[in-house]
Ligand binder design. Structure first.
Ligand SMILES: NC(=O)c1ccc[n+]([C@@H]2O[C@H](COP(=O)([O-])OP(=O)(O)OC[C@H]3O[C@@H](n4cnc5c(N)ncnc54)[C@H](O)[C@@H]3O)[C@@H](O)[C@H]2O)c1
Length: 397
C-alpha cells in the first residue's frame, strides 16, 4: 500500500507542533508539505521535517503533491480549506471545530456530499481525539448497546478547561468574535459537546446563561450554564468555565437501566450503577413506598490504548485511506462535527438572547448574530508572545 502524502495547514502553530511529535510513528504517513502564513514562519518547520514549505494552503491542496490535508489553522478558515480539498479530491482531516457556525458546517457537508459523487473514496475526518479515549469509548458502548436503556438525564460539569489571561493574550485571533468566533464553547468544549451528542444524541432545546469575559479580559464567553431538553423528555445540564480552578470533569448519565458516573480526569473513576430491572417499570410496579431499585455497583476499567488520542485519530485516518475505507471506518467523520457545533451555537444564542433555542437552530439567524457581534466589537486585543515553544500537554483537559 502506498504511503499517504500529507500536508499540514497551520504547520507552525501550537497544535500542529503537537501533531508533529507522532507523525513518524504512524505507518504509511509521509509528511511532505507544511503551510503557514509567511516564509519566515513556515520555513524553519519545513527544514526541520524535510517538507516543502507553502504559504498558500489552497495552492498546496491543488498542487497534486499531497493526498491528504490536515487543517490545523484557526477555525474560521477550516471550511474554505475543506471545500478546496474536496474540489481537488484531497482527503481532509480537520481540527475541531469543523467550522465556527453550523451554517458553515452544513455548507461544508454539502460540498463533501457533492464531491463524494465524483470521488466515492474521498474521506472527511474531524480531529475529535477524545472519541479515542478508552473511558469515553466504554461510555459510548454502554449508551448504544442497550446497557443504559433509554436516556433520562445527562449532566456534565466540565470546568477543568482553566486558562490564564496569558493564554488569551498569546494569539491575536483567540477569544475574539472576528478571530475565533466564540470562547469556551468554541475552543475548549467542542470535544465535550461532540462527545455528549455522540453518547446520547443531540438535545432538541437549550436554555443557557453565557457570561462574556467574566473571568478574563476577553469579549467572548468564558462561563456557561445550560439546561438541555431531549425529544424523549430527558433533560440535562452542561456547565463549563475557563475561570474556575481546580476545575472538575464530572459526567453523569442516567438511563432507564442505571446510571453511569465518570468523575475525574477524562473518565478515570468510571462507574455504572446497573439496575436489576427497568427503573420506570419498578416505579410502576413496586409495592414498596420507599424502595430503591436493586443495582450492581460496577467499576469499569477501560483497556489502555497505545499512543496518544490525537495519534490514534490520525492513524485511523491514514489507515482508512490506505485500505480504501469509507466514512463509516473513521473514528470521527467530519460530517458529525456539526452536531456538537450546533449545540454550542445554540447555547451561545440562548445566553445572548436570554431565551430557549430549539435545535436544529435557525442557522442563518445564528450566523447573522455572530456577524452583528463582530460588527459591534470595540474590543482591542492585547497580544503578548514570549517566543518560547508551547507545551500543549497541559491543555487537553
Ligand atoms: N484537538 C485538540 O486537542 C486541539 C487542541 C488545541 C487546538 N486545536 C485546534 O487547532 C487549531 C489551531 O489552534 P492552535 O492552538 O494551534 O493555534 P495557533 O495560533 O497556535 O496556530 C495556528 C497556526 O495557523 C497559522 N495560520 C493562520 N491562518 C492561516 C492560513 N490561512 N493558512 C495557513 N496557516 C495559517 C498561524 O500562523 C499559526 O501558526 C484550532 O482550530 C484549534 O481549535 C485542537
Amino acid at each position: 500500500m502506498q504511503a499517504v502524502r500529507l500536508g499540514v495547514i497551520g504547520a507552525a502553530g501550537s497544535m500542529a507542533g503537537n501533531h508533529h511529535t507522532y507523525f513518524d510513528k504512524v505507518d504509511g504517513l509521509d509528511y511532505v508539505a507544511s503551510c503557514d502564513v509567511s516564509p519566515e514562519v513556515v520555513e524553519p518547520i519545513a527544514e526541520k521535517f524535510g517538507t516543502k514549505a507553502w504559504t498558500d494552503g489552497e495552492a498546496m491542496i491543488r498542487s497534486g503533491e499531497i493526498d491528504a490535508v490536515f487543517i490545523a489553522c484557526p477555525h474560521y478558515d477550516h471550511p474554505r480549506f475543506c471545500r478546496a480539498a474536496f474540489e481537488a479530491g484531497v482527503h481532509v482531516l480537520c481540527e475541531k471545530p469543523v467550522a465556527v457556525t453550523a451554517l458553515e458546517a452544513e455548507q461544508t457537508d454539502t460540498a463533501y456530499m457533492l464531491a463524494l459523487k465524483a470521488n466515492p473514496g474521498l474521506l472527511y475526518a474531524g480531529m475529535f481525539n477524545q472519541r479515542t479515549n478508552p473511558a469515553w469509548v466504554e461510555i459510548k458502548r454502554l449508551c448504544t448497546d442497550g446497557s443504559l436503556g433509554e436516556l433520562m438525564r445527562i449532566s456534565w460539569t466540565i470546568t477543568n478547561w482553566y486558562r490564564t489571561q496569558a493564554y488569551y493574550d498569546s494569539g491575536g485571533w483567540r477569544a475574539t468574535w472576528a478571530g475565533e468566533g466564540g470562547g469556551v464553547l468554541l475552543n475548549q468544549c467542542p470535544h465535550n459537546l461532540d462527545l455528549l451528542c455522540w453518547f446520547v444524541g443531540t438535545p432538541s432545546r437549550v436554555t443557557a446563561t453565557t457570561a462574556l469575559g467574566k473571568y478574563h479580559d476577553i469579549e467572548v464567553e468564558d462561563d456557561v450554564t445550560a439546561i438541555l431538553e431531549f425529544d424523549n423528555g430527558a433533560t440535562g445540564t452542561f456547565v463549563t468555565s475557563t475561570g474556575q480552578t481546580p476545575g472538575i470533569n464530572r459526567l453523569e448519565i442516567a438511563g432507564t437501566n442505571g446510571t453511569i458516573i465518570s468523575d475525574g480526569h477524562r473518565g478515570e473513576g468510571l462507574s455504572f450503577f446497573r439496575t436489576a430491572t427497568s427503573v420506570p417499570e419498578f416505579t410502576k410496579t413496586s409495592p414498596e413506598r420507599f424502595a430503591g431499585v436493586p443495582f450492581a455497583d460496577l467499576t469499569i476499567k477501560p483497556a489502555p490504548a497505545a499512543g496518544t488520542e490525537h495519534e490514534r485519530v490520525t492513524r485511523n485516518f491514514v489507515d482508512t485511506i490506505r485500505q480504501g475505507g469509507t466514512q463509516d471506518d473513521l473514528v470521527a467523520p467530519g460530517t458529525e462535527g456539526i452536531h456538537g457545533l450546533e449545540l454550542g451555537n445554540a447555547m451561545l444564542m440562548s445566553g445572548l438572547q436570554k431565551k430557549p433555542v430549539d435545535i436544529p437552530t435557525d442557522r442563518q439567524a445564528y450566523a447573522d448574530l455572530l456577524d452583528e457581534l463582530k460588527a459591534k466589537s470595540t474590543f482591542k486585543k492585547k497580544v503578548v508572545t514570549d517566543g518560547k515553544p508551547v507545551d500543549m500537554s497541559g491543555s487537553f483537559a
